[in-house]
Design a protein around this ligand. Structure first.
Ligand SMILES: Nc1ncnc2c1ncn2[C@@H]1O[C@H](COP(=O)(O)OP(=O)(O)OP(=O)(O)O)[C@@H](O)[C@H]1O
Length: 343
């Protein structure tokens, strides 16, 4: 039976562990290759003087964040949240925005099947809960040269993942890799040294390979009272060295008190009052931003049909993949691209 092209999992390139000889990517790069004359940075220094306030890096889907939060090559961002806070779903949406900017991105989700990840992204791209078969096929084609999936579930050895990252940089010129999640890569929750070494290795690899690594992690479960309030970076699980080492830390907080208030109103047959409806469904708490001056909260509203997050109450879904009919970009265009994402 031939593969169904309308099923994105049949078209989006998969990096399958058994098909790639990762041995040659197991070696670390040599240190002497890293000693470079400072004068090599001449033109970068000159550019800084020309445009001292220029913000660079890939953007989130929401224009209100574009001056404050970016994802530059060579850095690591930690995305943390409680179980079920929506981290993976939100990152799927962020990935669509990266792909729409022609930023080559690989999702390494060790917790979800590729088709589960892709079917959420398909709804987000289609802006509806019922994408057509035709749209699914076009969406899958659109991902060519933009999106890859590392097809492995369950535990992964850190060395194996480092080899995948080197392969992604060397063979596929990848700009972003999403690792979901840290706990699938490091032995135990109390293996603080393992967590410290793993995150350290990611920061070195991100810099060496000039890619941005997005690392998903969990926030400790608080007592009932505190769970209802957003908690900061001190609530992140495991070693404190995780936050110390990454460049950016973003906490995803789901507004469950609002969900309960909405449920109660519906249960009583009442309308949800405007004040409650206007409260955000999700908050992004930017708790660390090493190379930016801004730390703060990004309120978001969740659209259950399209599984999207928008930056205004009663907002409409964002057409991130509106260019589905556009010709596929060449590798050169993809690497150079830093296009605006409309929000
Ligand atoms: N703000 C929200 N309001 C209502 N439902 C939401 C919201 N955010 C996410 N969800 C739903 O929560 C569920 C869990 O989402 P997701 O798998 O992305 O969470 P997660 O944080 O990655 O979970 P885990 O830590 O278990 O991996 C999904 O069904 C998603 O649709």
């Amino acid at each position: 039976m031939s593969a169904n092209p309308a099923n994105p999992a049949n078209v989006v390139p998969m990096i399958v562990p058994d098909d790639v000889d990762f041995k040659r990517y197991m070696r670390e790069s040599e240190h002497r290759a890293k000693v470079r004359p400072a004068a090599n940075w001449r033109s970068a220094l000159e550019r800084l003087c020309d445009e001292p306030h220029r913000v660079t890096g890939a953007k989130l889907p929401w224009s209100c964040t574009h001056d404050n939060v970016r994802f530059r090559p060579g850095e690591v961002t930690l995305w943390a949240g409680e179980n079920g806070s929506g981290k993976s779903q939100l990152l799927g949406f962020v990935t669509l925005a990266l792909a729409a900017q022609n930023e080559r991105t690989c999702i390494a989700s060790f917790e979800m099947a590729p088709i589960a990840t892709l079917s959420r992204m398909l709804r987000q791209a289609a802006t509806t809960d019922k994408p057509s078969r035709e749209f699914a096929g076009r969406f899958a084609s659109w991902t060519t040269g933009r999106l890859w999936i590392y097809d492995h579930r369950g535990r992964v050895l850190p060395q194996q993942l480092y080899a995948v990252l080197r392969y992604c940089a060397d063979q596929l010129q990848m700009r972003h890799v999403i690792i979901d999640s840290l706990m699938k890569c490091v032995g135990g929750e109390d293996d603080y040294n393992g967590q410290k070494d793993f995150v350290h290795a990611l920061t070195v690899l991100a810099a060496d390979l000039q890619m941005h690594i997005h690392l998903v992690h969990h926030v400790r479960k608080g007592d009932d009272d505190r769970e209802d309030k957003p908690r900061g970076k001190n609530a992140i699980k495991g070693s404190g060295s995780i936050v110390d080492q990454v460049d950016q830390a973003i906490i995803v907080w789901r507004n469950r008190p609002k969900e309960r208030a909405v449920q109660q109103a519906l249960h009583r047959g009442k309308d949800v009052d405007v004040e409650t409806a206007k409260k955000p469904d999700t908050l992004l708490l930017v708790e660390k931003n090493r190379h930016g001056e801004w730390e703060g909260r990004v309120p978001l509203w969740y659209l259950p049909e399209s599984l999207q997050y928008v930056a205004a109450p009663f907002g409409r879904p964002i057409e991130l993949v509106g260019m589905l009919d556009a010709p596929e970009p060449s590798v050169g265009e993809l690497i150079a691209g830093d296009d605006e994402v409309e929000a």
